[in-house]
Ligand binder design. Structure first.
Ligand code: IMP
Ligand code: MG
Length: 195
């Protein structure tokens, strides 16, 4: 998974390569894995009458829009926004705040939470408890990234794109102090880099 940067041609349009110590997941690897997840979900939810993808803003937006294009089954989408990290803070505070709730009722529906990354698991645990209290027919989680070594709560994740090491990553939806969500790859911030 780790590609030390030899070809920087797809990096330079977006960011100074000196700020990126490592490309952890390149665009093609992301693309291929998301197609695999989409195919798997399309099989697992075949026949589901009322599938709702719940995207947790903002980090999962790129993943959601690519993933849903790989689904061959009917589904609706909705969004919620939570805050577990302040700007500049890189560790979960443990307190999760809902900034924007779902617009749709989820009772009796098959709900799939689409997350960018599960780190301590505190955010996801909070979201799942909140959604389960609304009595969906089923509740599963699809996370693009997981850092298993950082887990504080053993929360089940039904679909994982990539397990990654304990490094602060950004790009493809994930921010570095709210910037660089548009990078087409997942990168690691270079030591001491200031953007
Ligand atoms: P958790 O509650 O510790 O699992 O943190 C989950 C949230 O923290 C994610 O949804 C991200 O918004 C953020 N986060 C955790 N690790 C990273 C990272 O390496 N880069 C960017 N955001 C991260
Ligand atoms: Mg997030």
């Amino acid at each position: 998974m780790t590609n030390h940067i030899d070809d920087t041609s797809y990096i330079t349009p977006f960011i100074d390569p000196a700020l990126v110590s490592e490309v952890l997941i390149d665009p093609l690897t992301l693309h291929n894995r998301i197609h695999e997840l989409g195919a798997q979900l399309s099989v697992d939810y075949a026949g589901a009458r009322d599938l709702l993808l719940v995207s947790v803003l903002k980090g999962s937006v790129l993943f959601l829009t690519d993933l849903m294009r790989c689904l061959t089954i009917p589904h609706a989408i909705d969004f919620m926004a939570v805050t577990s990290y302040g700007v500049n803070a890189r560790k979960s505070t443990g307190t999760v705040r809902i900034d924007m709730d779902l617009r749709q009722n989820i009772e009796g529906r098959d709900v799939l939470v689409v997350e960018d990354i599960v780190d301590s698991g505190l955010t996801l645990d909070y979201i799942c408890r909140l959604l389960n209290a609304r009595h969906p027919a089923s509740l599963k989680v699809c996370a693009l990234l997981s850092k298993p070594s950082r887990r504080k709560i053993d929360i089940p994740i039904d679909y994982i794109g990539f397990n990654i090491p304990d490094k602060f990553v950004f790009g493809y939806g994930l921010d570095w102090d709210e910037l660089y969500r548009n990078l087409p790859f997942i990168g690691v911030v270079a030591d001491g880099a200031v953007h």
